[in-house]
Write a protein that binds this ligand. Structure first.
Ligand code: SAH
Length: 259
């Protein structure tokens, strides 16, 4: 196995494929104000095996289209949805987040946890906006600085890996510039990274390596994850995922925005 196949193999058995938490998804739902709205159509973009999708299906009166470009992950979500009696509520679609299979202005909300970075935050919020109804909700988690100043080693690391990393106020400015009104922000706690994501992944390393005969690429992948984990352990005071909830605003005369 190489590259993408190995990544799938490592992450397929995880409840989630990035930092997050059921309570945090519920908090984003509370901030969205959608709790009492009937008959919603929602998309969960980059849903992975669907940790957040399943919570959204429980919390909201909505049908949910869960999109990911890896069918292996979607199959796991299909099985979990069936098991929980949510097979009619959750439909999975294998598609790229850069070419979403939706009609213009057809969605009441777009959720996306730990995935928008794949196309870049600003690109993503621009590209997804047309699919939202006027007043529709965008709820995304995105790598964010927790402080205005931080150790230069950390700044250098993330500027290399994901130069769009920024403080919450800067992320909210991007939302405002691109036709959204921010409704709420909160940073994910350490629990979301360590207990919900990194520790369970570390517990899978041994089986993953033996399944893959300790191949060079399997060992390299584990090593890369370990480096990321130790970076988080050293510097968790300075970065996290921020959860941003915003509403698509109406166009202002003389200031045209895409639909
Ligand atoms: N939301 C899930 C998964 C986050 S990991 C969770 O929080 O657990 C990011 C996900 O985005 C992965 O499942 C990956 O397969 C998906 N992804 C990455 N690039 C993508 C693209 N271009 N289009 C669609 N999905 C993509």
């Amino acid at each position: 196995m190489e590259g993408l196949e190995l990544l799938i193999d490592l992450h397929l058995d995880g409840k989630r494929q990035g930092p997050g938490g059921d309570d945090e998804t519920r908090l984003s739902v509370a901030l969205s104000g959608l709790r009492d709205s009937p008959g919603l159509h929602i998309a969960d973009i980059g849903c992975g095996t669907g940790a957040a999708t399943l919570v959204l299906a429980q919390e909201l009166d909505a049908r949910i289209t869960a999109v990911d470009f890896l069918p292996e992950f979607l199959q796991r979500l299909d099985v979990a949805a069936q098991r929980q009696g949510l097979g009619e509520t959750i439909k999975t679609r294998a598609a790229s987040m850069e070419a979403l299979p939706f009609e213009a202005q057809s969605l009441d909300a777009i959720w996306s946890e730990g995935a928008i970075y794949n196309m870049g935050f600003e690109n993503g919020v621009k590209a997804w906006r047309p699919f939202l109804k006027p007043g529709g909700i965008l709820a995304v988690s995105e790598l964010s600085w927790l402080t205005d100043e931080r150790p230069s080693e950390l700044t250098q690391h993330w500027m290399r890996e994901y130069p769009e990393v920024a403080t919450a106020s800067a992320k909210m400015a991007v939302l405002e510039k691109n036709g959204y009104t921010p409704l709420g922000y909160f940073p994910l706690s350490e629990h979301c990274w360590l207990d919900n994501y990194y520790r369970p992944m570390q517990a899978r390393f041994a089986d993953f390596l033996s399944r893959n005969n300790h191949s060079e690429s399997a060992r390299a992948l584990v090593q890369a994850e370990e480096i990321e984990i130790s970076l988080y352990e050293r510097f968790s005071a300075f970065f996290s995922y921020g959860y941003y909830v915003a509403r698509k605003r109406v166009a202002v005369p003389d200031h045209p925005l895409p639909r």
